[in-house]
Design a protein around this ligand. Structure first.
Ligand code: ASP
Length: 343
């Protein structure tokens, strides 16, 4: 029997064509073979599924993540792999969210998109789509995880980040190597793939949106920090700190954090640097933070930190000890626990 891949279309630039006046509009996915006739030569069956509401991914919300996940969950046993067409702006957030939602995944889910609409002559969409489909149906290397394919690279979804609003190579994974590269052949790094554990698939669908991201900058005022920490209903905050996780040592800052932690708010420390990790206690500027109970985010991306915190608070609302513990563990390969594997 032929392999089967399902394309799930959520919106974004990739699905746009120009009408006779030159305006961009979404195209019906059922016409994909007209737009990309090369797909007729694929050795596997391709089916398509379009979400009811096609969006620019800047409108992405946890409810959409659930819609995407439910579409894949419904068809999970009927397909060998899944390709999600998604706008680039928040693709790394969705890839991260899906990675946490699908526990014990045993099939590839590959997100892709494009910088230029598929209906334009120089579009990068056709290449990205065809490669993502080939990878989702690939027998040479079986990739049981949520990935993001863009401009010749297959990245672990929850390690990727959008780095360019201009270039075709718009994504990168700073703290984890790419899982595969497309050249004349695909070259794979199977030792980096997540391993299947043989357990039945579980799809977790609860997200707690009551979190905040507080980016530090020299001169940040107590008013701004306190306004964020006292946002109504807040359950967690991610502080984007300097370098290897450093923040002001002034007492007003430490006291504000300590008071928030005392009110049950979970505080996660993530670095503003694109590459490298938070090492709490390396400098005096983070020792005190560690002492008052701020959690170190290691080398997690902001996208993975946001979705992981929403996922954990939504899944274990009454068990903050478990949330705190899990933030320090690798659930789906989103943080580095064993450096020796990274080559
Ligand atoms: N604004 C678009 C989106 O993220 C950009 C893109 O698709 O590249 O939906």
């Amino acid at each position: 029997m032929k392999d089967k891949v399902l394309i799930v279309y959520t919106g974004g630039t990739i699905g746009m064509v120009q009408d006779s006046n030159g305006a961009l509009k979404p195209f019906p996915l059922s016409h994909i073979y007209d737009l990309v006739p090369e797909l007729k030569r694929c050795s596997y069956t391709i089916d398509t599924c379009q979400l009811d509401n096609i969006i620019d991914s800047s409108n992405m919300t946890p409810d959409f993540w659930v819609n995407i996940a439910e579409c894949i969950e419904r068809e999970y046993d009927n397909y060998d792999g899944f390709v999600v067409l998604h706008g680039t702006d928040t693709m790394a957030y969705t890839a991260s969210a899906l990675s946490f939602m699908f526990k014990n995944l045993s099939k590839p889910i590959i997100l892709t998109g494009s910088q230029l609409p598929m209906g334009m002559l120089r579009s990068d969409g056709r290449e990205n789509l065809i490669c993502a489909l080939e990878l989702a149906s690939c027998h040479e290397a079986f990739i049981p995880e949520v990935c993001l394919f863009f401009e010749n690279h297959l990245y672990r979804g929850n390690r990727s980040t959008k780095i360019s609003a201009e270039n075709f190579d718009a994504f990168y994974s700073y703290n984890f190597p790419s899982l595969a590269k497309a050249g004349i052949n695909f070259s794979f790094k199977p030792h980096l793939f997540m391993q299947q554990n043989g357990q039945p698939l579980e799809v977790r669908k609860n997200f707690d949106r009551n979190i905040a991201v507080l980016k530090l900058f020299p001169g940040i005022t107590p008013q701004v920090v306190n306004a964020v920490l006292h946002a109504e209903g807040l359950h967690g905050v991610i502080i984007e700190t300097f370098g290897s996780g450093n923040a002001p040592t002034e007492s007003w800052f430490i006291n504000a954090m300590k008071e928030a932690i005392g009110r049950g708010i979970i505080v996660l420390n993530v670095t503003q640097c694109k590459a490298g990790a938070v090492v709490m206690g390396q400098y005096e500027a983070s020792c005190e933070m560690e002492r008052i109970g701020i959690i170190g985010g290691n080398d997690i991306t902001l996208e993975a930190a946001v979705t992981k915190m929403m996922y954990l608070l939504g899944t274990y609302p009454d068990d903050h000890d478990h949330v705190r513990h899990s933030l320090q563990c690798s659930l789906r390969g989103e943080i580095t626990v064993n450096q020796s594997r990274l080559s």
